[in-house]
Write a protein that binds this ligand. Structure first.
Ligand SMILES: *Cc1c(COP(=O)(O)O)cnc(C)c1O
Length: 231
């Protein structure tokens, strides 16, 4: 298993690459946030990620997020849910997370709105877009995003901060870049249309294999996992 020293070294390398890619994309390093995806490891190892200075931790399964948030009681940690949220897990998840990256269906928005109003919280969320059109991927199709956003904007306890996407599993490098670029254009278009009501400043895209390219194309948040745990 990868040890704490190696994790720290990997994290430093990823952070340096994030900063360089930000510069290439004409932005400052602190304009791109790294979410360390810890879904592959237990609470113990997640704690060494936190101790190495990563304060944005991503999990793709709600239960795993609950457990770790319970075991790692560091108030400065921001928990990000990046995977699908089942409606029966909304209530327990909402108070724990800083940002929901995977608002991927209107049914979920309705349940979040109902639960959030009950417990009196505001939920920051990203609308997930299935930019590659892969059937296995969740998220709104590009053509549905506008309608979805209008519906979600009606939910007073959900604050949409931007968009989230993953490149297609089978996309080659040029296709991946085009997918990221089209997300950026979608963000710009929606911002122009709805900017008087919401601010879509965040674009969560890019994982271990493509985060540098995602940043060059406009990502403000990257979700990196395996690269941090490489031996
Ligand atoms: C696992 C996961 C990541 C991180 O993937 P790596 O290839 O391990 O960096 C990013 N986003 C989502 C939604 C994931 O499920």
């Amino acid at each position: 298993m990868v040890d704490a020293r190696k994790i720290k070294e990997n994290l430093e390398r990823v952070n340096a690459r994030v900063a360089e890619a930000a510069e290439r994309g004409g932005r400052l390093p602190d304009q791109v946030r790294l979410v360390a995806v810890c879904k592959y490891v237990d609470a113990e190892i997640t704690k060494s990620v936190v101790n190495s200075g990563a304060l944005d931790i991503g999990e793709n399964r709600p239960q795993q997020l609950w457990q770790k948030a319970e075991q790692i009681k560091v108030p400065s940690v921001n928990w990000h849910l990046i995977g699908q949220l089942q409606t029966n897990k909304v209530k327990r998840t909402l108070p724990l997370i800083t940002l929901l990256h995977s608002l991927d269906r209107l049914k979920l928005a309705r349940v979040i709105e109902q639960q959030a109003s009950q417990i009196g919280v505001q939920v920051d969320a990203l609308v997930q877009v299935n930019v590659s059109g892969d059937e296995s991927k969740s998220g709104f199709q590009c053509s549905e995003v506008e309608y979805a956003l209008e519906q979600i904007m009606e939910c007073q306890h959900i604050k949409v901060k931007g968009l989230m996407a993953m490149a297609g599993l089978d996309s080659d490098v040029p296709t991946t870049r085009r997918e990221f670029e089209s997300m950026r254009r979608l963000q710009d278009r929606l911002q122009a249309k709805y900017g008087d009501q919401i601010t879509l400043s965040e674009l969560s895209m890019g994982m271990s294999r493509d985060y540098e390219m995602a940043i060059e194309e406009g990502a403000t948040i990257v979700r990196v996992g395996s690269e941090i745990f490489r031996e």
